[in-house]
Design a binder for this molecule. Structure first.
Ligand code: DCP
Ligand code: CA
Ligand code: CA
Length: 359
């Protein structure tokens, strides 16, 4: 049986800001992701724990966050995705030293296979987890929460169990007791919609899900989903910790309000798409080596144009510049008005390789 560790950095973006600006320490810190509407509109990327006491959390509109923190000595800072990506790469390198295989799951979390490292013993596993927390704190000044369990599902639920600076170890014999009383929504993959449907069946907790008749579940969700729900409620999950999965491209496409050939109108949408795809790449710790534009005209002909960068990038300025040039080129030859515009990035390298180039 495997022993899997899951690490999730605490209030990640905001913690990096505290690290880079010690003067923020103790104050509520709100990392802002501004929208393209201007006037300071946007959403909260994340906030530190003092800010969360006021109810300010990820996804909240900035206007609401400002009103919740009215009269409080709080700090609002713009997100710096490149910096977070850089810190993420460094932390992952440290974490990788603590186990065998590592699988980065997002910008601030990763699974680690520690089966061999702890000789398949949970007492040792707890020591490995403590070492990992210590190494990340000592080398990078960041706190994290760690969960350990017999598979990725349990490890992930465990890392979320106690935050911040948590450590939760769940042995195989403790799995059912650990997840049973939890809200079924604690299982990654069970979201709001699924919960709604479950509650119609009278299911709120994982234990209730486990004891529910499979037939009823299958009726509501289909056989495949029902089978997965049952497995998850029994604490069964994937043990395989693989490398960073390879992504071929990240793209986003949008229909314009009106068909047009106006460069400014098209770029307004394209720039927003640029920020969106770069955001997604950052989340996966990826740098992109090529940028492209996609245009679909009124007759639904699709044209794309790519440009390879001299050096991989993690920021959106580079992409916007490249896309602007490519868009101008495509528009020059366009015989029809444009209906949809898209942006894509590809030729990924993880930020790790980039760092080696600099060393
Ligand atoms: N993030 C974001 N917008 C969201 C959710 C998250 O920009 N709606 C970013 C900011 C977070 C980072 O992703 O710092 C990691 O997300 P987590 O869900 O792990 O949240 P935090 O690390 O901020 O907090 P926690 O201490 O709860 O893990
Ligand atoms: Ca986190
Ligand atoms: Ca996370």
């Amino acid at each position: 049986m495997a022993i899997i560790l899951h690490m999730d950095l605490d209030y990640f973006f905001a913690q990096v800001e505290e690290l880079d600006h010690p003067e923020y320490k103790g104050k509520p810190v709100v990392v802002c992701i501004y929208s393209n509407r201007g006037g300071g509109s946007g959403a909260v990327g994340t906030s530190n724990y003092p800010a969360r006491k006021y109810g300010v959390k990820s996804g909240l509109p900035l206007a609401l966050a400002r009103s919740l923190l009215k009269g409080v000595d709080a700090v609002f800072v713009p997100a710096r995705p490149e910096r977070y990506g850089e810190v993420s790469v460094q932390v992952m390198e440290t974490l990788a030293q603590c186990g065998d295989a590592i699988e980065q799951a997002s910008v601030d979390e990763a699974f680690l296979d520690i089966t061999a490292r702890c000789a398949n013993d949970y007492y040792n596993a707890e020591m490995v987890a403590r070492e990992a927390k210590f190494a990340i704190l000592k080398s990078h000044g960041l706190s994290c929460s760690i969960g350990v369990g017999p598979n990725k599902l349990i490890a992930k639920i465990a890392s979320d169990y106690k935050k911040p600076d948590g450590l939760t170890v769940v042995k195989p014999e403790g799995v059912l007791g650990f997840i049973g009383p939890m809200d079924a929504g604690k299982i990654p993959g069970i979201g709001g919609k699924t919960m709604e449907a479950l509650s119609k069946l009278g299911i709120g907790t994982v234990a209730q899900l486990r004891n529910c008749e499979t037939g009823a579940l299958a009726e509501a969700f289909g056989r495949k989903m029902a089978a997965w729900l049952k497995l998850a409620a029994n604490g069964a999950g994937d043990e395989y910790v693989g490398g960073v999965h390879e992504r071929r491209q990240i793209s986003s496409i949008e229909t314009l309000k009106e068909n047009t050939r106006d460069f400014g109108t098209i770029m307004e949408v394209a720039r927003r798409l640029c920020r969106e795809v770069v955001g997604r790449a950052t989340e996966e710790g990826l740098l992109y080596g090529a940028a492209g534009i996609i245009m679909i005209d009124a007759r639904l002909n699709m044209k794309t144009k790519m440009h390879t960068l001299r050096q991989p990038s993690g920021g959106s300025a580079e992409l916007e510049k490249a896309v602007e040039r490519l868009a101008a080129e495509l528009l020059e030859g366009a015989g029809e008005d444009i209906r949809r515009v898209g942006v894509k990035i590809e030729k990924f390298s993880d930020a790790k390789m980039q760092k080696r180039l600099f060393d």
